[in-house]
Write a protein that binds this ligand. Sequence first.
Ligand code: HEM
Length: 140
Amino acid sequence: EGRLALSSPLRILANNDNIFNNVCLSSTQIFGNLFACHHDETVYPDPWEFKPDRFLEEGKLVGADHPAVRNFIGFGVGRRRCVGQQMARIRMFLYTTCLLQKFKIEIPKDTSLPSHDPRALLSESPVILPPPMQYCFVEC
Ligand code: HEM
């Protein structure tokens, strides 16, 4: 198997593949920890802070060689990476820009934003979900 990393299970098919110094035996399944990769503070300082500007330099998106991009593996890497990546990126871009062109998104008066730090939510579910909250879409 030529996969590098890993979000869905990686199945080792060959006998005693030489990975991790032969610790992995045949038919071993490995789950990569994408969460840890994306919270590596050597690449993403203040990893628990929501900072979209990690991917910006002088107001422009950083290039593919930038460490923040090179270490982002939300769509996987290697042979089994997501085949829908381009489509997903285009759709998300269109969806978000259409909304932001037409609406200003605010929180209701007398409410505050919840923390962006997901650590408080880890014990409740194996899947990290944002807490329910209300938004106001104000037409521009
Ligand atoms: C934000 C949206 C999406 C995210 C974050 C995402 C993420 C991923 C990830 C992490 C994998 C596993 C890669 C690996 O195992 O190394 C994957 C696989 C896959 N994704 Fe996506 N995906 C998205 C949207 C889509 C869309 C829109 C399609 C189809 C139109 C799609 C089709 C697939 C398929 C077919 C695979 C399996 C590829 C294989 O095993 O060879 N994905 N995706």
